[in-house]
Design a binder for this molecule. Structure first.
Ligand code: C5P
Length: 226
């Protein structure tokens, strides 16, 4: 029987946040941002191990108390220069079986819920390819020109915003990333192999904390949850 594991790439610096502390360690509802997603993944009974991929020189992670995660939490100090490289390095270091499922989740999506995790695992566990959490695009989309004026309105029918977790077999994902390393999510690497990952309907609460104004919203949601 294949097992379920999670892998959290957390070797980025969060340049768009405009601060020196890597954004995954920003205080969010009394804990570092990364604590929330890791705690949710560790609390999921289906998930056997949660691998966290850190920058080789990371000085922050070990300062926090992770005892509530027990043996499930495994740190790998092998982050790369891009998100895709961090995931590829982490997969190699994790030594997972090719058939095992791996749920790759951004450290910067702290509002992931057990309900979304369970829904994703239930919808994909018998799928031949795997898939991702995503939400249908709700806003009207504008393409900008060089002067930041509207060049045209893009049709939004059939468009979805990709989120994480992104859930694939470890072997397939490693193969995809080895063939196609300039991708911004795991699904793109699987698509490059000619496969079609499934879209599992999520909601906008599982957003990525990217800009300073996202912090207030994330704290509101987390305080409601805790
Ligand atoms: O910067 P962005 O928000 O797109 O990063 C998404 C996730 O990828 C974050 O959890 C970040 O820490 C991780 N990352 C990484 N290695 C990099 C760049 C980003 O693990 N070199």
């Amino acid at each position: 029987m294949s097992e379920f594991h999670a892998l959290v790439p957390a070797a980025g610096f969060g340049a768009r946040m405009g601060i020196e502390l890597p954004k995954q360690y920003l205080d969010l509802a009394g804990q570092p941002m990364i604590w929330h997603a890791i705690s949710t993944l560790c609390a999921c009974p289906d998930i056997k191990t949660v691998f966290v991929v850190l920058a080789p020189g990371d000085e922050y992670f070990a300062r926090y108390d992770w005892s509530h995660c027990g043996d499930k939490l495994v740190t790998l100090y092998c982050g790369g220069t891009t998100r895709a490289a961090s995931v590829a390095n982490g997969l190699l270091a994790s030594e997972l079986e090719a058939d095992d499922w791996v749920l790759v989740h951004d450290a910067a999506r702290p509002c992931l819920t057990q309900a979304l995790l369970n829904k994703m695992i239930a919808e994909l566990r018998d799928d031949a390819v795997g898939g991702i959490l995503a939400v249908p695009v709700a806003d009207t989309l504008k393409r900008a020109d060089a002067q930041q004026r509207i060049a045209c309105t893009e049709p939004r029918e059939g468009l979805w915003q990709a989120q994480t977790p992104q859930m694939f077999r470890a072997g397939l994902l490693a193969e995809g990333l080895a063939r196609c390393s300039n991708v911004t999510d795991e699904a793109s690497a699987i698509e490059a192999l000619g496969l079609q990952p499934k879209l599992v309907a999520s909601d906008s609460s599982n957003f990525k904390v990217t800009y300073p104004q996202d912090i207030v919203l994330a704290e509101l949601l987390l305080n409601k949850k805790m």
